[in-house]
Each structure stands twice: as C-alpha cells, then as structure tokens.
Write a protein that binds this ligand. Structure first.
Ligand SMILES: Nc1nc2c(ncn2[C@@H]2O[C@H](COP(=O)(O)OP(=O)(O)OP(=O)(O)O)[C@@H](O)[C@H]2O)c(=O)[nH]1
Ligand SMILES: [Mg+2]
Length: 446
C-alpha cells in the first residue's frame, strides 16, 4: 500500500451539469477539511464552499466522504461535486496537488481498489470494459464480470489443484511413508479440471464475440447479388444495386445483430480477372476484407452455369469458414447444380426463407449457433485467455506425464505451473508489470 494521496477529475472533459473530483489516500480527509472548513461525516453529502490552498473560494458544491475501508478504493476517499465547468474541477485538483496530493495515473483508483482487496483483478478489468461499452450487450457482459463470479470459479479450480499438489508433495517428500496416489484417480481429477478450464475458455470466446462482434465479408463475382444481400439483411437500401457488373467499387461496412451478437457485414467489389484500374483497386480491398473476416459469405449467380470467376472464388475460399450462397434461384439453377459443396444455400436474397437460412448459417459457423449467455461471467482479455490456456496446457502435459509413468516431481511441476497461471486471472499472483498492462487502458479518474 502506498502513502501517496491521489486526485483526479472523474467526469469526462468538457462542460456538464456537475463535475466530480475524487481524492483517495490517507490525506484525503485532511485535505478536504482544509479546503472546506466543515466537519465531514462519512457517507453524508455536505454542502460547502471549496477553497484553494490560499483560501480563495473556487466553488460551492457537495462534498462526500467515504471512510476506509468502506470506499471504492478501500482507502479514505473524498468526492467533490462541483459545477461542471472544466476550469472549476481543474482548480480543485490544482489546489489538492498544491496541498500535497498527486494527480492519479489512469486506472489508479481501481488499481488501489484491487490492491486493497475490494475487487479481484478480473472484476477490476471489467470496470474498464463497462466504461468502454458501446452497446447494451457489451455493458451487460461487463457487468456480469464485475460481480466477481469468475474469480470464484477460477479460485475453485486453484483450490483443487492445491489439494492435488499437497497429496503429491506428501509422497514426493516421504516416498517410504506416504504411498503414491493412485494414478488413475489423479488422471480423472485432472480431466475434470481440464474440462472446467475448457468451459471457461469456451465461454470466454462467446463473451469476446459479444464484445467485438464478428466480421462477415460478402464476396463473389460481379453482379452475383452481394449488395442486394447486404441491403436485405440490413433491411434498407444501403448499397447501390444495379444490373451493371462492377457497381460496387469500395467496401461498405454495416452492422446488424443476430441473436444479440454484433455482426459486421462487409459488402465488397465483385472479384474478376479483367478489370480496369479503379475496379482493380476495389478488388484488392475485397481480398483484404476476405482475409480479415471471421466468415465469408460467397455469393454466386446460381442461375447460370459457373464461369471461371465463380469457380476461382469457390476454390479460393474452400479451406476457410464460409457459406456458399447460390443466388437468383428464381431464374434457374444451372450454376447451383454445379456447386459441389455441402454447406451451400440455394435460393434468392429476395426471399425471406433464404435470408433466414443465411442468418442461421452465420450463427452456426460464427459462434456455434448457441445464443451467448451475457449474464454469465467470462474471461475478457487476451491476457486472461492466455493464462487459462497456459494452465490447461500444463494440465494436459501433466496428464501425459502420468500416462508415461514418469516421476511425480514432473507432474507436480506442471500443476504448479497451472496454479500460477490461474493466479493471474484472479490477481492472486500479480507482478507489477502485469498490473501495469491491465490498468494501462483505463482512463484517468477511474
Ligand atoms: N432475379 C434476381 N435478381 C437478383 C437477385 N439478387 C440480385 N439480383 C439482381 O442482380 C443485379 C446485381 O445485384 P447487385 O446486388 O448489385 O450485385 P453485386 O454482387 O453487388 O454486384 P457488383 O457490386 O457489381 O459486384 C441487380 O440487378 C439485382 O437486382 C435475385 O435473387 N434474383
Ligand atoms: Mg455490389
């Protein structure tokens, strides 16, 4: 714990009804008393004139005192609610600094909350997610993480690992007295632990989808009906549709929600070999969009026999996640019959059933078709993913070690590795550097 008292404006920059300045640390109460000259009772809003270090009035506002440990940071915290002119809040901070506080680093309040045991590391990171949330589902997902449920689950796995380790340690240290634990039983235990970690990783993956959404590129030869598909899924005439091949010249991105998952649809220029310079530039963009997308909707004109362009595109996308849409079924199926892939949808983007089938296919291939449960806490950052994946891999190696009949020391080593890796998620193991990474993306004042 640190002695320094920190201060920062907690509300966004710019004019507003009120602005909040927050101070945390051992000096917080003394500074606030000095600046207001009133007696501050914990958790009672007191109206006061707030003066600077020389006694000159800055503003009249509300002062709120939270006595440690019953505060956000777990330290003494004072909030000044002042009139929302940027200069007023800045003057309050300036006065606090003149009297001995220091300006807080981004995320420092939450970091202190974590260090003082007010929330686990996973929940602390969720604070930043909640602040950054741009959609309602992102906010709900972050809120689920704030509750600390994930840390409970991870700590339960760690506890089981710890007792397993203890058991092994007994017979490693006293091989004569303590018999080796039954290897089959240990393996069964490891299998359940691994399954738990797999569930965490899977749920995390779903949570990540909710947060980031998935990119879906609509690609195909010119005139196949790609822009028509974009418009139909959007329910509005967003992209220009025409019978002229090469209508779309640049990528167009729009988002829709399918089962609560944000789907970023990217309409692209039709890909063909012979194109003028401008069109070629568009086609380059189509290719990059295709590469970057999680999923490709490959649209071809299914009514006519396949041309070289359609064939080339089917080959190009064969080994990636894709949905082949044989469009224009109302005009015929000569091309559709030639398409020899299991996951093809034959129909028309003008037809509601076809659109339904396409939405279902996006959900199935994009996120396994299961509607994400936003209320369940989940792994949120790449850091957490890496930590849990490292733990799971260590458990797999431990299992192989047992299966080979190796000495117990090796198994214990892997289990310790897993134990430490999981500690990063909860914050039970957290080096300064690691914390710096977690809190770097916070804003000042949080
Ligand atoms: N009959 C029929 N016509 C369709 C269908 N889908 C699209 N079209 C027509 O096909 C033509 C091309 O449609 P677009 O959506 O512009 O095709 P595109 O793939 O975006 O074409 P480019 O942007 O040039 O690559 C338009 O005249 C559409 O009205 C369909 O299912 N049936
Ligand atoms: Mg188009």
């Amino acid at each position: 714990m640190t002695d320094e008292t920190i201060a920062a404006i907690a509300t966004p920059p710019g004019r507003g009804g009120i602005a909040v300045v927050r101070v945390s640390g051992t000096q917080a109460h003394a500074l606030a008393t000095r600046m207001t000259g009133v007696v501050l009772r914990p958790r009672v809003a007191t109206s006061a004139t707030i003066a600077d270090e020389r006694g000159a009035a800055i503003d009249r506002g509300l002062v709120l005192f939270f006595r440690a440990p019953r505060s956000y940071t777990g330290e003494d915290v004072v909030e000044f609610h002042v009139h929302g002119a940027p200069v007023v809040a800045r003057d309050v901070v300036r006065a606090l600094v003149a009297l001995g506080a220091r300006v807080a680093q981004p995320g420092e309040f939450t970091r202190r909350a974590f260090l003082n045991g007010k929330l686990d590391l996973h929940a602390a990171a969720a604070v930043a997610d909640l602040i950054d949330a741009e959609s309602r589902s992102q906010a709900r997902a972050a809120l689920a993480n704030l509750g600390g449920g994930l840390a409970v689950a991870v700590r339960a796995v760690r506890a089981r690992l710890a007792s397993l380790l203890e058991e092994l340690a007994g017979s490693i240290d006293f091989p004569e007295e303590v018999p080796e634990p039954d290897r089959t039983r240990v393996r069964a235990g490891l299998a359940t632990l691994r399954a738990d970690l797999d569930t965490l990783l899977h749920d995390g993956e779903v949570g990540r989808l909710v947060r980031d959404g998935i990119g879906v590129a609509i690609v195909g030869p010119p005139n196949a009906g790609k822009s028509s598909l974009l418009n139909a899924l959007l329910g509005e005439e967003r992209a220009i549709v025409s019978e002229i091949a090469g209508t779309t010249r640049d990528t167009i991105e729009e988002s829709i929600a399918i089962d609560g998952v944000l789907v970023r649809l990217i309409d692209t220029a039709g890909i063909r070999a012979h194109a003028d310079r401008l069109e070629r530039a568009g086609i380059e963009r189509s290719r990059s969009a295709l590469e970057a997308a999680r999923l490709a909707l490959v649209v071809i004109d299914g009514s006519r026999p396949l041309d070289d362009e359609a064939r080339a595109l089917l080959t190009l996308t064969a080994s990636r996640d894709r949905v082949v849409i044989c469009n224009k079924a109302d005009l015929g199926d000569a091309g559709a019959r030639e398409v020899d892939v299991s996951d093809k949808i034959v129909g028309s983007v003008r037809d509601a059933d076809t659109l339904d089938a396409i939405r279902r296919a996006i959900a199935r291939i994009g996120w396994g078709g299961v509607r994400p449960d936003l209320e369940r806490p989940h792994l949120a950052s790449l850091r957490e993913f890496d930590a849990v994946a490292a733990a799971r891999d260590a458990l797999s190696r431990a299992d192989e070690t047992i299966a080979r009949g190796d000495a117990l020391d090796f198994i214990a080593g892997e289990l310790q590795h897993a134990f430490a890796a999981l500690g990063h998620v909860t914050g039970d193991v957290a080096e300064e550097e690691y914390l710096d990474g977690v809190f770097a993306r916070f804003c000042i004042g949080k």
